[in-house]
Design a protein around this ligand. Structure first.
Ligand code: NAD
Length: 251
């Protein structure tokens, strides 16, 4: 595409989101760095330069999503790329998993992806151009004990992506998901802490998360995920849709 594209990244004040935003800016796109944490979104955008703008966006709030998309369209005229990245984690055995935590994780990581896609879709259809990349997880295709809501949400993201790909195809909109392996962001550090709080040593906690199933035996770098996202959102990847691609070091 010749003109500068407009990109929305959700949860972009976090570890992966920031790396994704940075990678799009390298491609000369304009990025809305959106997050529940407004201050952090603004700070992140500031660090990324004049082609980034930090704004508050709670992906669970349909009214906020609608008004934010309307504002972005007023400012930029079109939205070419949506990256659904916002996420949270909570661990607990199934029988004591609190309903409110289940609801929260599903709201942020599954309903949030649905709502953002639902409201960006009509504008992409009108333009007959769109790139949607959803951040699932290796947990979109496998399971770990004590992560029932996370695993369910991330499996769900794959389903939402597949339907989006089918409905988007006639309008030249592609939808794909990326399934990252363990990346050492705030989200993962909190998990390591929760395991050491339960009495595991640092080494045991690390092994519980990383080693048993991963060929490369290392963390994935945020930039390694970001470059996959930017590729799937590129014009060059216009023939790729409905795919679910692991960036997980051979997990
Ligand atoms: P992170 O905690 O560093 O960042 C997540 C961001 O999402 C935070 O800035 C947070 O404020 C934001 N957020 C939370 N609730 C929100 C809401 N309702 N609306 C908008 N923003 C909200 O985590 P991360 O590791 O950068 O995770 C990004 C994505 O990558 C998540 O979807 C996560 O599930 C996925 N992922 C991460 C890993 C990993 O190992 N870190 C692995 C696989 C998948």
């Amino acid at each position: 595409m010749d003109k500068q594209r407009t990109v929305i990244v959700t949860g972009a004040a976090g570890g992966l989101g920031k790396a994704i935003a940075k990678e799009f800016i390298k491609q000369n796109d304009f990025v809305y760095v959106t997050d529940l944490n407004k201050g952090a979104a603004e700070e992140t955008a500031l660090s990324l330069g004049e082609n980034a703008k930090g704004i508050y966006l709670d992906v669970t709030d349909e009214a906020v999503i609608q008004s934010t998309i309307a504002d972005i369209l007023k400012e930029r005229g079109s939205i070419e790329v949506l990256v659904n990245n916002a996420g949270i984690q909570y661990r607990s055995p199934l029988e004591s998993f609190p309903l409110e935590k289940w609801n929260l994780l599903i709201d942020v990581m599954l309903t949030g992806v649905f709502l953002m896609t639902k409201h960006v879709f009509p504008h992409m259809k009108k333009e007959e151009y769109g790139r949607i990349v959803n951040i699932s997880s290796v947990h979109g295709k496998m399971a770990t004990p004590e992560k029932v809501a996370y695993v369910a949400a991330k499996h769900g993201v794959i389903g939402v992506t597949s339907v989006t790909a089918l409905e988007g195809a006639p309008y030249k909109i592609t939808a794909n998901s990326i399934l990252p392996g363990p990346v050492k962001t705030e989200l993962l550090v909190k998990q390591l802490d929760s395991l050491t709080d339960k009495g595991m040593t640092d080494k045991e906690a690390l092994e519980a998360i990383l080693y048993p199933r991963q060929a490369m035996n290392r963390f994935i770098e945020p930039e390694e995920v970001a470059s996959g996202v930017v590729y799937l959102a590129s014009d060059a990847a216009g023939g790729i849709t409905g795919e679910h691609i692991k960036v997980a070091g051979g997990m």
